[in-house]
Design a protein around this ligand. Structure first.
Ligand code: CA
Length: 244
C-alpha cells in the first residue's frame, strides 16, 4: 500500500507518516497543493490523505482537479475546519472520507484500512492460502491460528503476494508498491525479501516460486503442480498488467 500524504503541518505529517510506516505502508510526503496535484495524477499511489488548507493550491481544488482528470484513488480529507459546509463540499468533490483535526492516529489508521477494503471491493477481510491467513483489519498473518511475526515490509510483500496468489506478481509491481521517495526499494531488495519469506514460509506449507526475469508466484505447497509459471502471464515484451 503506497499512500500520498499531503499536509503542510510538519509535526503532524511526520506523525502520520511514522504511524503508517509502522503499518507497513509506504508513504510519500508533500506539503504543497500544486505538487500534490501533479503527483496524484501519476497513478503511483493507492490512496491519498489530503489536507484542505495547503500552500499554493487548496486541498479542495486539488481534489476537484484529480477527479476531473480521472484520478480515482481513494482520498481521505483532513480539515481543521469542522463546519458542515466543508465536509459536504469535500464529499461532493469526490472525497471518500474525512477527518476533523485534531484526531487520534488510531482512528485515521482504521479509516484508511476501511477505505482500502472498500476500494478493493472486498467484502471479506481475510486473504488465505493453504494454512496461512492474513487478516486485513488488524494486518496480522496467522498460520493455523498462530501469529507469524513479520516486519512491516515483509507483511506488505506477503499481502501483495497473497492478493495475487497463484498468479505472477512482477518485480516492478513489488518495487512500485514497497518504495517511497525517501526509501528506494530496488529489485535487489525485492530478492532479499523474497528469499527471507521463502525460508520462513517453507515450513508453513507455502512456496514462492521465481518466474525468471519476471516475478514471483506464491502458492500452497500442496497445490497441483501448475503448468509451469503460467505461460499466458508472460507478455511477449514489456511489463505485465501487474506492473501498472
Ligand atoms: Ca494545513
Amino acid at each position: 500500500m503506497r499512500v500520498l500524504l499531503v499536509e503542510d503541518d510538519r509535526a503532524l505529517s511526520l506523525g502520520i507518516q511514522h504511524a503508517l510506516e509502522r503499518e507497513g505502508w509506504s508513504v510519500d510526503l508533500l506539503a504543497d497543493g500544486e505538487q500534490a496535484l501533479s503527483v496524484g495524477l501519476l497513478g503511483e499511489h493507492d490512496m491519498a490523505v489530503l489536507d484542505l488548507g495547503l500552500p499554493r493550491k487548496g486541498g479542495m481544488d486539488v481534489l476537484r482537479c484529480w477527479r476531473a482528470k480521472g484520478a480515482r484513488l481513494p482520498v481521505l480529507l483532513l480539515t481543521a475546519r469542522d463546519q458542515l459546509a466543508d465536509r459536504v463540499a469535500g464529499l461532493d468533490a469526490g472525497a471518500d472520507d474525512y477527518l476533523v483535526k485534531p484526531f487520534d492516529l488510531p482512528e485515521l489508521l482504521a479509516r484508511l484500512r476501511a477505505l482500502r477494503r472498500r476500494a478493493a471491493g472486498r467484502l471479506e477481510e481475510k486473504l488465505t492460502l493453504g494454512a496461512l491467513e492474513m487478516d486485513l483489519a488488524d494486518r496480522e498473518l496467522r498460520h493455523q491460528g498462530q501469529r507469524v511475526a513479520l516486519s512491516p515490509r515483509e507483511l506488505a510483500l506477503t499481502e501483495l503476494l497473497l492478493q495475487k496468489s497463484g498468479r505472477v506478481v512482477t518485480k516492478e509491481s513489488i518495487v512500485a508498491r514497497l518504495s517511497s521517495w525517501e526509501a528506494d526499494f530496488s529489485e535487489n531488495s525485492v530478492e532479499v525479501y523474497v528469499h527471507r519469506l521463502r525460508k520462513r514460509f517453507a515450513e508453513l506449507g507455502v512456496v514462492i516460486k521465481t518466474v525468471r526475469g519476471f516475478g514471483y508466484v506464491m502458492e500452497a505447497a500442496d497445490a497441483e503442480p501448475s503448468a509451469d509459471p503460467p505461460a499466458g502471464a508472460v507478455p511477449p515484451s514489456g511489463p505485465a498488467p501487474d506492473a501498472a
